[in-house]
Design a protein around this ligand. Structure first.
Ligand code: COA
Length: 568
């Protein structure tokens, strides 16, 4: 079937549906919801049999839904309506929630129900639920709805207010006052829920140190205590605020009153205010841990759940240090676990944007990631495994491919390309790694296509080596089990020997230092050259400047139209 995605952005859920439906044989094109005229033009150009709106911020124009069936993905149970569905479910601490596929009509979210899938809520941020449980449920719901639509027998269920099995109802847009924190009254659980209901967007507005700040990235603190509302400690990027029954860590803040009105590490944004506070060393019981190592049955495990998968210079250097220590242990393999939501999204674009010289900070950051990639590629004492629980993008994908094996949780999305960031050339030894694992021909296609890859595609292309079905804690257990099996196989020593022989042979053919030099030469042009595209694209990305058109890489209907124009 020919399906048009009408969406506010090509976000992670839209990307996942894009690859899933393509794998089921559907033809998909994407149009960003910029205005009515542009959306109507896309429909005229593409003539879709069905329109899907995976992520929309406004109603679909009349002229579209009246003529073509439109499915809206709503992150709510049957009957739920309104723009803050997930926010309310988190704030109300519901144990279960759902995703429904509704047919667009004149009233927002009030159309007939084509499918609905239940999900179990986890105590985490809205963004994390969206990228995990909501995405999985949405895939099931959309696949079911599309099948039902294709069969032409199924009759969608009207939204009937008298039907007692429909428990959802209209819920308004959540306002700041609905989740404002009362530091004197709210316990830690309530504070966490309020912040998590607004994380990644819009953040909970709060006032402290005489400033109006938005809070993100909250974690519980089980041991520290203080006067409710008081900032009592710091740890890495995070600050600790006391509640009346304990304390919480806040990792990121946004100050809309400054020129850098985007999320930054808390200790950076209120650096002067927290300078005199005690600095806590994080361990498994207390503090805000960004990187930690554990060891079990001959294997070392490194965790690095950096917020949004962004890896700044300091974080890369700290991870390199932890990695080097891991290679000194009496173990046979090192597993790089990343974090539950992202493995890595490459350089930290927010920190670069906030730096005095964005070009200099970009240079430092890319060199710090390259140093880490180099250490992983050159590890001759251990088998290295990148185990991706969450998505990876740009340099993050190649950093993973620096390991000997890449194991991916089924359903995550990989974006192994850089060019969407203002034609950024990229480094992380991608010019070596991509050709080495997927071959020259596929490497060029992957880089030029700039498309998200499913885990199945990644394994087919040998960008990844193994898909793992389990999710969450089960993924972690399964990786441990598989890694232990790998190091116990009789051929393990031979395997290690072979990898080192191969590396030495590759080094003879072309040293890694040359790959790096060549990549960084191009990056220097991106950072310091006459063409400002990278700086403009980064500014737009960090400041979330709305897109004014859909990239041709995903808008196949516009690609066809522009070819036709060139020919005529
Ligand atoms: N640096 C800083 N923040 C980043 C980031 C990075 N490299 N990559 C993603 N983020 C942030 C986004 O700004 C967003 O922030 P929010 O919480 O305020 O909304 C959040 O992470 C989620 O990103 P989003 O783009 O919404 O996720 P997605 O799953 O839809 O898209 C990517 C994933 C990887 C395609 C997209 O995030 C991206 O292009 N990132 C930049 C990658 C890059 O160019 N890195 C530098 C070169 S190595």
């Amino acid at each position: 079937m020919r399906i048009l995605f009408l969406t506010h952005a090509f976000n992670s859920l839209t990307q996942r549906l894009f690859v899933e439906l393509q794998e089921q044989g559907h033809e998909i094109s994407v149009e960003f919801d910029i205005n009515d005229a542009v959306a109507l033009e896309a429909v005229t150009l593409y003539q879709p049999e069905l329109i899907i709106a995976p992520f929309l911020k406004r109603a679909i124009p009349d002229g579209i839904w009246r003529n073509t069936t439109c499915f809206v993905v709503h992150p709510g149970i049957r009957g739920d309506r309104g723009p803050s569905a997930l926010d309310w479910a988190i704030l109300q601490d519901l144990p279960k929630w759902g995703v429904s596929v509704l047919q667009a009509n004149a009233e927002m979210d009030a159309g007939e129900i084509w499918s609905s899938v239940e999900l179990k809520m986890r105590k985490t941020s809205k963004g994390s639920l969206y990228r995990n449980e909501v995405t999985e449920a949405a895939v099931k719901a959309i696949v079911l709805a599309v099948d039902r639509y294709t069969d032409k027998v199924f009759r969608p269920e009207p939204l009937n207010p008298d039907d007692s099995s429909i428990t959802g109802e209209w819920q308004p847009l959540m306002r700041q006052c609905d989740r404002a924190i009362d530091w004197q009254q709210d316990n830690s659980g309530e504070v966490l829920r309020k912040i998590r209901s607004a994380d990644g967007f819009p953040g909970v507005k709060d006032e402290f140190f005489g400033r109006e700040l938005f809070l993100y990235d909250a974690r519980p603190e089980p041991t520290l205590q203080g006067e409710p509302g008081e900032v009592i400690a710091r740890c890495g990027p995070a600050i600790c605020r006391a509640t009346h029954d304990g304390a919480v860590w806040i990792g990121h803040l946004k100050d809309k009153a400054t020129e850098h009105a985007f999320k930054l590490p808390a200790t950076q944004l209120v650096a002067d205010e927290v300078a005199g506070l005690p600095e806590i060393e994080a361990d498994e019981r207390s503090g805000y841990r960004e990187i930690w190592y554990e060891q079990q049955n001959g294997i070392g495990y490194l965790h690095f759940p950096f917020y949004n998968g962004a890896m700044g210079t300091r974080q890369c250097m700290a991870l390199l240090k932890a990695y080097k220590q891991a290679t000194q242990q009496d173990t046979r393999a090192i597993v790089l676990f990343g974090g539950p939501d992202y493995w890595s999204n490459g350089m930290h674009l927010n920190l670069i944007e906030a730096a005095e010289s964005a070009a200099d900070e970009s240079w430092r950051n890319i060199n710090a990631i390259d140093d880490l990639a180099l250490e992983i590629i050159n590890t001759d004492s251990h088998l290295t495994i990148a185990a991706l629980q969450g998505n990876a993008g740009a340099g993050g994908v190649f950093l993973a491919r620096a390991a000997d094996e890449v194991w991916v949780r089924q359903g995550i999305i990989l974006n192994p390309h850089y060019k969407d960031m203002g034609n950024l050339y990229g480094s992380e030894y991608w010019t070596y790694l991509l050709a080495r694992y997927v071959g020259e021909e596929h490497a060029a296609v992957i880089i030029d296509n700039r498309l998200p890859l499913s885990t199945r595609q990644a394994v087919e292309l040998q960008l990844a080596d193994r898909e793992i079905k389990q999710r969450g804690d089960e993924f972690i257990s399964q990786v441990r089990l598989l890694a232990e099996t790998v190091i116990r196989t009789p051929a393990f020593r031979e395997r290690l020997h072979y990898k080192n022989v191969r590396r030495q042979a590759d080094e003879q053919t072309k040293p890694l230092s040359r790959y790096r030099e060549e990549e960084l030469e191009q990056m220097k042009r991106n950072f310091y050259g006459f063409d400002p595209s990278y700086h403009v694209a980064r500014y737009n990305f960090v400041h979330k400047v709305p897109k004014s058109r859909t990239p041709l890489t995903i808008a196949s209907h516009r690609r066809m139209a522009s070819k036709w124009k060139r020919v005529s």
